[in-house]
Write a protein that binds this ligand. Structure first.
Ligand SMILES: [Zn+2]
Length: 257
């Protein structure tokens, strides 16, 4: 496994800083440890911070980019791109530009595989769905040269169990922000995964990377601080994927981990 990935490039495309750690931080760290050159692209700076409406806060965008740099270091990411596509409008704005960014990068660097959101966008986040659509279209446009494309997904019930465990350990969910989301929505619309990656040995790095995203996870009010390493390995130690139905001559990557 290590020999086949050494020096190979893996491209992970997400919408906002923090998606990479939440969706598949364990797998990215495991790929990096296996010798892959992991490249993370965030379509936006996350300058709206999950708030709906027209508010654009560029100071928040800059802060989130720095948080992403810190998380990327923890995960062993080699290169990071933070595009300036508009947070909150990724499904509709700048579609040809984003498509061109992706196609040019893939033509130039020929990744061994690409990872992005599934069509449920983890929890129907429309920016995530937009990134799924752009990345799928860009990979498909490469025809015979398309690399294998993998969609991240979450097993139903994983987030509720994680949140329940944190509550039992004394955590109180905040009224606003990421952790005010209903945990049941994660993975609710996802296709069943066909690939499971054991990331138990990478969970501590995944949690550390998630905690780099202070502006989203909250400084004190996040459940991660209430879940110990044993719980984390049990609750977050597997990541789930399925493979896009796009013909490719590229060798499988995640299936070989
Ligand atoms: Zn996101």
């Amino acid at each position: 496994m290590t020999a086949t990935l050494a020096g190979r490039l893996v491209l992970a495309v997400f919408a906002h800083p923090d998606d990479e750690s939440l969706a598949c931080g364990g797998t990215l760290a495991r790929l990096a440890d296996a010798g892959a050159e992991v490249v993370v692209m965030s379509a936006s700076h996350g300058e709206r911070g999950g708030q709906s409406g027209p508010v654009r806060d560029d100071a928040l965008g800059r802060r989130r980019s720095v948080e992403l740099q810190q998380a990327a270091r923890v995960l062993g990411v080699s290169r990071l791109f933070v595009w300036d596509h508009p947070d909150g409008d990724l499904r509709w704005a700048g579609v040809p530009e984003f498509h061109a960014d992706l196609v040019l990068f893939m033509r130039r660097h020929r990744p061994a595989c690409v990872i992005t959101f599934g069509d449920d966008g983890l929890y129907w986040h429309l920016d995530h769905v937009g990134v799924h659509e752009r990345t799928t279209a860009a990979v498909r446009s490469l025809g015979d040269e398309a690399p294998p494309l993998y969609y991240t997904t979450m097993a139903r019930g994983m987030m509720p169990e994680f949140v329940q465990t944190a509550k039992r350990r004394g955590w109180t969910p905040p009224q606003k922000g990421f952790w005010s989301l209903m945990p049941e929505v994660f993975g609710i619309g996802a296709e069943p995964p066909t690939i499971t990656i054991d990331v138990a040995d990478w969970v501590v790095r995944k949690l550390t990377a998630l905690q780099c995203h202070h502006s989203q996870m909250g400084d004190d009010a996040h459940p991660l601080a209430h879940v110990d390493d044993v719980d984390a390995r049990r609750l977050l130690g597997v990541e789930y994927f399925h493979r896009a139905d796009i013909p490719t001559t590229g060798a499988p990557v995640l299936e070989t981990l």
